[in-house]
Design a protein around this ligand. Sequence first.
Ligand code: RIB
Ligand code: CA
Length: 328
Amino acid sequence: MSAARPIVLDVDTGVDDACAILLAALHPGLDLRAVTCVGGNAPLPQVVSNTLAVLHTAGRDDVPVAAGADRPLLAEPHDARHVHGDDGMGDLGWPRSPRAPETRHAVELLRDVLRAAARAGERVTVVPLAPLTNIALLLRTYPDVAAGIAEICFMGGAAHVGNATASAEFNVFHDPESAAVVIDACTDLDVALRMYGLDVFYSPVVTRTEAEELVALDPTGPAGLGGRLIAFQCERFGADGGTIGDAGAVCAVIDPQGLRTEPLPVRVELGGSWSRGRTVVDRRDWTGDLAHDPHGQALTRVDVGLDVDAEGYARLWRETLASAAGRR
Ligand code: RIB
Ligand code: CA
């Protein structure tokens, strides 16, 4: 087996962020170097507490956790506790970790991890699963870290739909300026950028029955937590299944072939009464239109996820958690 791929997550844990952390912490093909936190689904202190709790459940207290930005660069914060529960993690009452986060700021932890990787001749995959405030601050404050980045594979945006508004996806809507900065900085720094957006986000689903099987397998361990998180979604939305959400972006790192992407120009709408926070994904294919477009084409081409092996990604997540049960 080839060496495990170095990876860092930036999260706003979050029911589906928790699903993603479990996968990144447990999959043998990944080397989870750090998890950094940003305000988003829930206020920052709750995000940090949830993140530490998930890593503790996965037996990964070795993974450093740091708190970052507690609010967007400019926008007013709007949490998503109506989706994720008052505690941000399904109101499960899941046990807290005894561990405290790093004293370093999230941006400093990411800087240190990426610089160390660059010195060692490694490249780290950066997986933002939340508003991009920490990542924007990182790339503009310490641009040298690009030497330690293999790619940024972020959950955010959409080519076609919205969720936070009719026009915008939550992570980008929460901090549109940061999303625009990250897209621009990736062009400046020649960092590959892959977008796991709403066009694929909801497709990998775990059924209520599969969730119950995970809980039965290991009620207080990672499989049990994963199953309870899916079951929470089923209850909250009156559905027979729940999406692995952010965990799909981690699946795209483990199995890139499972996500079909196209390199497309992308801009973030920063103005607009009803469109602020929209990722404007340019899918026009006639050069005549582009040549006469007064806006001109967006400078940055992003590998936009347009189709996903939903069954395969859901199975990858389920089987990784189930196999951890056998190791406890
Ligand atoms: O729009 C979905 C995104 O917003 C996910 O990252 C979810 O956790 C929320 O943060
Ligand atoms: Ca998230």
